[in-house]
Design a protein around this ligand. Structure first.
Ligand SMILES: Nc1ncnc2c1ncn2[C@@H]1O[C@H](COP(=O)(O)OP(=O)(O)OP(=O)(O)O)[C@@H](O)[C@H]1O
Ligand SMILES: [Mg+2]
Length: 283
């Protein structure tokens, strides 16, 4: 984390965010903050609610309760395009590129989508120039400049995920919501992606959803653990690593995730004082 960023106002916040699907509380009263210059990882077993949380932060899904605050503004009711234009960028859990287009075209289209002004046909050349510049810069920033002319579908799996980050960067985001950017990657590709995230950290507030614990503990400044839609713990990596409830629920690996609630109940009063506990939940 950038020095002093904890004292600065967060760029992106979830405040008591919740989303129900029928009787299921997919996300339940989640509060977290992401600062510029920080990688905040959200971990949790399958179905914990991580993607649902990202979808509410990006504006693709309306929350059932709570607020999303971005740069001090309540953006809860802003639709996704407005949030994207304001600087909330995201990548998806499933690869979303145009495989038959070039790497460069993928980035340019992404940049262009940020400045839709089809009725201003007389400005289209200028509009194009902006998108071209943004795409060129995004490819340079993400180490893909040499692949610009290549058909996107011919990239390796890791290359495609890198391109998704580049497409996001081409939109000029201040916050990056990355839903499992490392999924399906080998060690070398993972290393490259982590270096990229570290390079992007200054100047961006990064929310990283990830299952690869080694990777998370390598790059995250802060980690929030979700279980059954709710926050079990949130803290710096050392706090999370040594948190008994987290170990029991998640990091042990062999224990069933359903033990999480039991683990939380077993927590001695006052243990782990520096961990954030969701208000109203037993600590
Ligand atoms: N559109 C939907 N309609 C109904 N239920 C949904 C919907 N989207 C998600 N869910 C449910 O909400 C819960 C949380 O799903 P979510 O995709 O957010 O989990 P996740 O933590 O991202 O899981 P994974 O690690 O597998 O990606 C799951 O039980 C899921 O089945
Ligand atoms: Mg998910």
């Amino acid at each position: 984390m950038a020095d002093g960023s904890a004292a600065a106002a967060p760029l992106l916040e979830a405040r008591g965010l919740g989303r129900r699907f029928g009787g299921l509380a997919a996300v339940d009263d989640v509060t977290l903050a992401v600062h510029t210059g920080e990688i905040h990882a959200v971990i949790g077993t399958n179905g914990a609610g991580k993607s649902t949380l990202v979808n509410m932060l990006s504006g693709e899904l309306a929350p059932s309760s709570g607020q999303v605050i971005f740069a001090g503004h309540d953006v809860t009711r802003w639709p996704q395009p407005r949030r994207a234009t304001a600087g909330i960028g995201r990548s998806y859990q499933r690869t979303t590129i145009f495989p038959t287009f070039s790497v460069f075209e993928n980035c340019r289209l992404s940049a262009q989508a940020m400045r839709p002004a089809p009725w201003r046909f007389w400005q289209s050349a200028q509009h194009d120039a902006h998108s071209t510049r943004a795409a060129t810069q995004a490819l340079a920033d993400t180490g893909l400049a040499a692949e610009a002319g290549r058909e996107a579908g011919t990239l390796s799996h890791g290359g495609k995920r890198q391109l998704e980050i580049a497409m996001c960067i081409a939109t000029g985001p201040k916050a990056l919501l990355l839903d499992e950017p490392l999924a399906g990657m080998g060690a070398e590709e993972t290393g490259r992606m982590l270096s990229l995230l570290e390079a992007l950290r200054p100047g961006h507030a990064i929310l990283l959803i990830e299952h690869d614990m080694d990777a998370v503990f390598r790059v995250a400044d802060r980690i929030t653990v979700m279980v059954n839609g709710a926050v079990l713990a949130s803290g710096v990596p050392e706090q999370i690593r040594s948190d008994p409830a987290v170990q029991l629920a998640y990091l042990g690996g062999n224990e069933a995730p359903t033990l999480a609630a039991e683990a939380a109940a077993l927590r001695p009063e006052g243990a782990g004082p520096s961990l954030q506990r969701p208000a109203g939940r037993p600590s």
